[in-house]
Design a protein around this ligand. Structure first.
Ligand code: PHE
Length: 333
């Protein structure tokens, strides 16, 4: 029996076959088990001799089974490794490079420019307190932007910021003049999507507060950055406007990117791209709200739609393209 079983074990080539053998020999109704059970029928003299022999046979079969089992297991692992092996030298492009979104490119360029002009680049939260977004910025409580149809409210006190101007408030409350800061990021308004509107868009905000800051400083700063961003031949045009947090306020147009000022369909033959940014001298109430004395300090602020300026700069006529992250589009920049 022993040599017959050992032979079978040697020839077994799978763990399943091995298990079959084990059951047939050592299982409840296995050959060896039955022999051991019959022991009672043997004579007193035979019993110890046969008993000892049977136990030896069982032990050696068990040992053999275990050895073979381990061997088959190792073999299976080796086969698996071999089968799943990757040829890392294979000349195949598995990874492809991503591409930078042009919005981030514009943000980087603007932050770099303002850094060289001595501004600090700061960050602000997209979920903002109502008061930072409106109250401290001198919004009258009946201002149309405060309505639920224009602003994403989270609760009475929190909203998705509708502009980057609340970062001004945060910064003035935590820093004493002189202040020069810019902050770029996402902003949200309840707008339907069309070619030029998206409920999520991007702004960059700038703020300068110091003794003797004047309107001339503001105009010069706006001219400098428009020329830096778009090119030397781009001019600015300031139109009087109203913002609750600046006085006086202006909207700034720049030379039409399409016709470079000659006049074309895109600019309604005016030669200007409209409303690229808003700016003005910081309203005394805003300074006061942040604990800065408007008798001592003055400041200017500006805010600009990054999506708009990116579209003008690269001649993109549909804002959706900026958010689809289609690589074929992104790779062009
Ligand atoms: N926050 C204004 C807007 O979103 C832009 C702005 C910023 C205007 C700073 C003046 C000064 O339209």
């Amino acid at each position: 029996l022993k040599s017959k079983v050992i032979d079978k074990i040697d020839n077994a080539d799978s763990i399943n076959i091995l298990e079959d053998i084990r059951v047939k020999i050592l299982g409840k109704k296995g050959e060896l088990t039955l022999i051991l059970r019959e022991m009672g029928k043997l004579s007193k003299e035979e019993r110890p001799v046969i008993g000892k022999l049977s136990n030896e046979v069982r032990e050696s079969i068990e040992k053999k089974l275990e050895e073979k089992f381990n061997h088959l297991k190792d073999l299976a692992i080796e086969q698996k490794i071999e089968k799943e092996r990757l040829d890392v030298t294979a000349n195949k492009i598995i990874l492809s490079k991503g591409a930078y979104n042009p919005i981030n490119k514009t943000i980087d360029e603007l932050e770099d420019l303002f850094r060289t002009m001595g501004y600090t680049v700061v960050d602000g939260p997209e979920i903002e307190e109502f008061d930072n977004n409106f109250t401290y910025l001198n919004f009258p409580m009946d201002h149309p932007s405060i309505s639920k149809s224009d602003t994403f409210f989270l609760d009475d006190k929190h909203l998705l910021r509708t502009h980057t101007s609340p970062v001004q408030i945060r910064y003035m409350k935590s820093h004493k003049p002189s202040i020069r800061m810019v902050s770029a990021g996402r902003t949200f308004r309840f707008d339907d999507v069309d070619d030029t509107h998206s409920p999520m868009f991007h702004q960059i905000e700038g703020l300068v507060v110091d003794k003797g800051v004047s309107l001339a400083n503001l105009l010069e700063t706006m001219n400098t950055f428009v020329k830096y961003l778009l090119g030397e031949n781009f001019e600015t045009r300031f139109r009087p406007h109203h913002f609750p947090f600046t006085e006086p306020s202006a909207e700034v147009d720049v030379t039409c990117f399409n016709c470079l000022g000659k006049g074309c369909e895109k600019c309604n033959y005016t030669g200007w791209s409209m409303e690229l940014l808003g700016c003005g001298m910081v309203h005394p109430n805003v300074l006061k709200n942040c604990g800065i004395d408007p008798e001592v300090y003055t400041g200017f602020a500006f805010g600009m739609g990054i999506d708009r300026i990116t579209m003008v700069k690269y001649g993109i006529d549909n804002i959706r393209l900026l958010y689809e992250n289609d690589k074929r589009f992104l790779e062009q920049f």
